[in-house]
Write a protein that binds this ligand. Sequence first.
Ligand SMILES: [Zn+2]
Ligand SMILES: [Zn+2]
Length: 178
Amino acid sequence: MESDSQINVSQLLKSSVGTVKQILLSESLFNLADDELVFPSSGTLQLTRTDRGIWVSGIISVFAKNECSRCLVHYNASSKLEIDDEFLPSIDVKTGAKIRYSTDELIPGTNSIDAQHILDLSETIRQYYLANMSIAPLCRINCKGLCTECGVDLNESNCSCEQYQDQRWAKLRELLNK
Ligand SMILES: [Zn+2]
Ligand SMILES: [Zn+2]
């Protein structure tokens, strides 16, 4: 088994339809240009020769630094991605001729295998990761966030302004203000 995000699939492209190759992604490090997104990931992907190209499927785990939408703390989050995508060759592996696809064959999300028969998973994994990412990530389910008055992290400590934001103290405040 290979363990890289860039996989040479020339042998698999020469194989008959239905041939399966397993790719182990354990400890592969995807450094995906966007410097915030670094993915040490693990899992096994199946590469299956189809009549048109190579079908990549399987579940992998990726880890990335997220910023909590409430308290702004950076934390490592793990997410499971279910990869299910077909990659099409850009040249014929046997003849070396460029393959032309009609536009309706190029379904959205289709990935291409380059002229050196390299199937690059990093962009696909990045896309799946972004699609899977929560719009408002939380460091923990019940994150208390930051105090809107003094900015203190309410997970770490209580501040003195907290009581005035809490509606339970509204009655007391009324009494104090009298
Ligand atoms: Zn938080
Ligand atoms: Zn405060």
